[in-house]
Design a protein around this ligand. Structure first.
Ligand code: PLP
Length: 365
């Protein structure tokens, strides 16, 4: 049996440190926000090289809170890629704005930079590029488009902790960035957790206030906010795990290289890496017309796989009223039929990668 991810193997590799961290939080009753959250915020801001990091409850809240903090709401439009996890567009609707979908690039699977400007109108207020699967968006080009049209940029970095464009970490290009620490993400907590990052002190202050009932200091509620705080256990666990993130990322990249070498020169479309980009392989996504056959062959051989995502955002039931046609998003509509995410995690080894690759090649050769 080869799992899709193996969080248990990762825990075993750092068990003593994690257990100590958990015990400390409980002994100190530092359950909500508190010292451990403050420490993780410092650690993660340092990792990114950004001035402010604000912890919160999850990566969906962080997008929503940042949009609110930037004043985006009713009658505004926000551009999002046609392929992402639903949080990206859901957060836009949650603040009262409208998500406008842009098709993805056929090679890199992130928002197609050539198709952005056609979707801009006077109601457009922001763009949310998603560094999907760990692949960085060309943020230098995206920022030029945003500047030209005076749009805010919120980077959705939920799948790309540590990814870089031109040697600069993603999450540091736009006005602000959102991170998720859902357990299966490249940096994962042992429950839900998220964070916001920005070099803008004013925006950081507002976001922090919104995430904690609109308070500036205790009982001074300047606005109505919400309850979206990171709990101390998650923060302490994340501070331990952050020390290993670079090592784990390198292991992911090594594993991707092994897959690349074993699966190249076939009819499969393998992940491309952007020039000057550092892909951190949250997922290793292959593309083939025989996707369903490959998936069932893997299943027959007790190898887990998954589809991210079976239905592109514009075609989800919840967006039916938008009346999007398949032909409005030619890349995304073809893509959703062909993609397959195969096992990818730092602890995966060459023997299992070889086994997986053989099963796949047997179907397509
Ligand atoms: C996981 C994810 C989120 C949301 O994170 P949660 O912590 O699960 O709320 C947002 N955007 C993308 C692209 C994601 O993959």
């Amino acid at each position: 049996m080869i799992p899709f991810v193996d969080l248990k193997a990762q825990y075993k590799s750092i068990q003593t440190e994690i257990d100590t961290a958990i015990n400390n939080v409980i002994n100190e009753n530092a359950f909500i926000s508190g010292n451990y959250a403050a420490q993780f915020e410092k650690d993660f801001a340092h990792f990114l090289g950004v001035k402010n990091c604000i912890s919160c409850a999850n990566g969906t809240d962080s997008i929503e809170i940042l949009l609110k903090a930037m004043g985006i709401g009713n009658n505004d439009e926000v551009l999002v890629p046609a392929v992402s996890w639903i949080s990206t567009s859901e957060a836009v609707s949650s603040v009262g704005a409208k998500p406008i979908f842009v098709d993805i690039d056929n090679d890199y699977y992130t928002i197609d930079l050539d198709k952005i400007e056609a979707k801009i109108n006077p109601r457009t207020k922001a763009i949310i590029p998603v560094h999907l699967y760990g692949q960085p968006v060309n943020m230098e080009r995206l920022m030029l488009i945003a500047k030209k049209h005076q749009l805010k940029v919120l980077e959705d970095c939920a799948q790309a902790h540590g990814a870089e464009f031109n040697k600069k970490k993603i999450g540091t290009f736009g006005d602000c960035a959102s991170f998720s620490f859902y357990p299966g993400k490249n940096l994962g907590a042992y429950g839900d957790a998220g964070a916001m990052a920005t070099n803008n002190d004013e925006l950081a202050k507002t976001a922090k206030m919104i995430a904690n009932h609109g308070q500036e200091g205790k009982h001074n509620h300047l606005i109505e906010g919400r309850n979206s705080r990171m709990d101390g256990l998650q923060a302490a666990i994340l501070s331990v795990k952050l020390n290993y993130l670079n090592y784990w990322t390198n292991q992911r990249i090594k594993n991707a290289e092994i897959y690349d070498s074993l699966l190249k020169n076939t009819t499969l479309q393998l992940p491309s890496t952007l020039n000057n980009g550092k892909h951190v392989y949250h997922l290793y996504v292959i593309r083939h017309k025989k996707r369903d056959e490959i998936k069932s062959a893997l299943n027959d051989n007790e190898i887990d796989s998954a589809i991210h995502y079976p239905t592109a955002l514009p075609f989800l039931n919840c967006y039916k009223s938008y009346n999007h046609k398949l032909s409005d998003f030619p890349v995304a509509s073809q893509f959703q039929k062909e993609i397959l995410s195969i096992p990818m995690f730092p602890e995966l080894d060459i023997k299992r990668i070889d086994q997986i690759s053989k099963v796949i090649k047997n179907v397509i050769l």
